[in-house]
Design a protein around this ligand. Structure first.
Ligand code: CNA
Length: 235
């Protein structure tokens, strides 16, 4: 199987990698749904509720407490999967990375064409004057992070109930629709509309690499139920 994947990558000129939280677990950032992921930890509310737009509006201070503690992955480094993907782009095999992650690790590893469907914790804007602030600014603030102008500094992260950025979405759709190989990895494929992007793929080589089963396993031409690190170390 791995030989087939290697061959497909070698033959590819416009492969796309579509990934999720599982790409960064081997960097030490927990995902949402695995046994040791965020959903298994104890909070007063389910994480899905806390990171929704209405919760952010209603309980802004609680949102930022959770956000700082659980969603602001600072000080983590890219792992072998991020690194190999960056290399495949440089070698001209991979045209884009489409990610649901908000940790910025693909760019840190050297990937250039990255579509961040759910935004990035590295960008934070004042909702009043739109000034850009660093992730450290949000991290080091006590309570609700406020700009000099008094406005709330909101992370550029797509919360539940919020729409995805049109330009990012169009770029991702375009890359997937024109891909000659689609590698999907480290995602439970349960969060929409992101998961639906796979349906734009028109090629014949769909590869799925995920520790757990996904609703799309039966559509794939190659399925690895393995850790991404194991597979990418061989590529
Ligand atoms: P998810 O629903 O948590 O699913 C992750 C999937 O990855 C699971 O099916 C696991 O089996 C699988 N997995 C975990 N580790 C590995 C590994 N090392 N190798 C192979 N497979 C593995 O995450 P999704 O991305 O599907 O859900 C989308 C949410 C999660 C997005 O909105 C993200 O923003 C959000 N999220 C992002 C991060 C991050 O930026 N690093 C962390 C946690 C959650």
């Amino acid at each position: 199987m791995i030989t087939t994947l290697k061959k497909w990558i070698k033959e590819s000129k416009s492969a796309v990698f579509f990934g999720g939280a599982g790409v960064s677990t081997e960097s030490g950032i927990p995902d949402f749904r695995s046994v040791d992921g965020l959903y298994s930890q104890k909070f007063d509310y389910p994480p899905e509720e806390i990171i929704s737009h209405s919760f952010y509006e209603r309980k802004t201070e609680y949102f930022f407490r959770f956000y700082r503690e659980k969603m602001l992955p600072l000080g983590f480094e890219p792992n072998i999967t991020h690194q190999v993907l960056a290399r495949l782009e440089q070698e001209g095999h991979l045209s884009a990375v489409v990610t649901q992650n908000i940790d910025g690790l693909h760019q840190k590893a050297g990937s250039r064409n990255v579509f961040e469907l759910h935004g990035s914790v590295l960008r934070n804007y004042c909702v009043r004057c739109h000034k850009l602030h660093s992730a450290e600014f949000v991290k080091n603030h006590v309570g609700i992070p406020l700009c000099d102008c008094g406005g709330i500094v909101k992370p550029d992260v797509v919360l539940y109930e919020e729409p995805l950025d049109d330009k990012v979405m169009m770029g991702a759709i375009n890359a997937i629709a024109n891909a000659d190989l689609l590698i999907v990895g480290g995602t439970s494929l349960t969060v929409y509309p992101a998961a639906g992007l796979i349906n734009y793929y028109r090629g014949k080589r769909l590869v799925l690499i995920n520790r757990d089963e996904t609703p799309f396993d039966s559509y794939a031409d190659l399925v690895f139920h393995d850790s991404l690190g194991n597979i990418f170390a061989q590529l």
